[in-house]
Write a protein of this length. Sequence first.
Length: 254
Amino acid sequence: MPTSVESKQGDDPGTVRFTDVQDLLNVIDCTARDSLTVTSTSTRENQRRKFRFRYYDSNSRILIITITTGLHEQLHKPLYNEYFGQIRDMGLSKSWKDIASATLSAQGYSTRRGKEGDSTSGPKPKRGTKGAWPTLVIEVGISETLGELHLDMQRWFSMSNHEVKIVLLAKFDGTKILVEKWEEEMPVRPGATTTRRSLQHPVPMFRQSIAIAQNTTTNPISLLFLRDPGPGEGDFVISVQELEEYAENVWVEV
């Protein structure tokens, strides 16, 4: 019996062609990957899915889905929990919204585009409404390459019209965990006038690469909450010890 989901010969084994939902679910059940790129999809299939998708573009008809394995979840949930623990300790939990993996739609495009993160969140009330973009995004990958994660990061900044402020990437390659922090800033060109600078768009800037057990990571409260810190508040710091504990939880799932 011919399958309705076929690997594209000569392409990445993580790319399949869609024609039937049930066969796609069968592929998901059998694959060892945590990510698949599905081509020839339509908005209808996207709406009736039962799995998380990372990115959808109605023009290219490409749907990138995330298969939520235990290892995949351990790569992002403990990282988010570190942030929320510090938010709670500062007494800010009521001013913070866990957007989780909700589907967010890009505005200003001629085609329909949707995006979901592994963990996303932002401040209330500024980002507390339905469909609001987060300030913090965590994306992780196992079978995804670091280059593919970088493309995800760029989509978050551009599709949100630069409302996303920090993107954390966690890449597991079987032997190590790499965590990267990305922010945006306005490009500065020598001799550019104030008017010209105002017409430019922010660009992603690589801030930090963390090999677990070597460095702490610091994230400004001003970017996450869109305001200056108040009394008793400060930047969010994940220590070396906390990163080591995070890595231990990940290795249990290997």
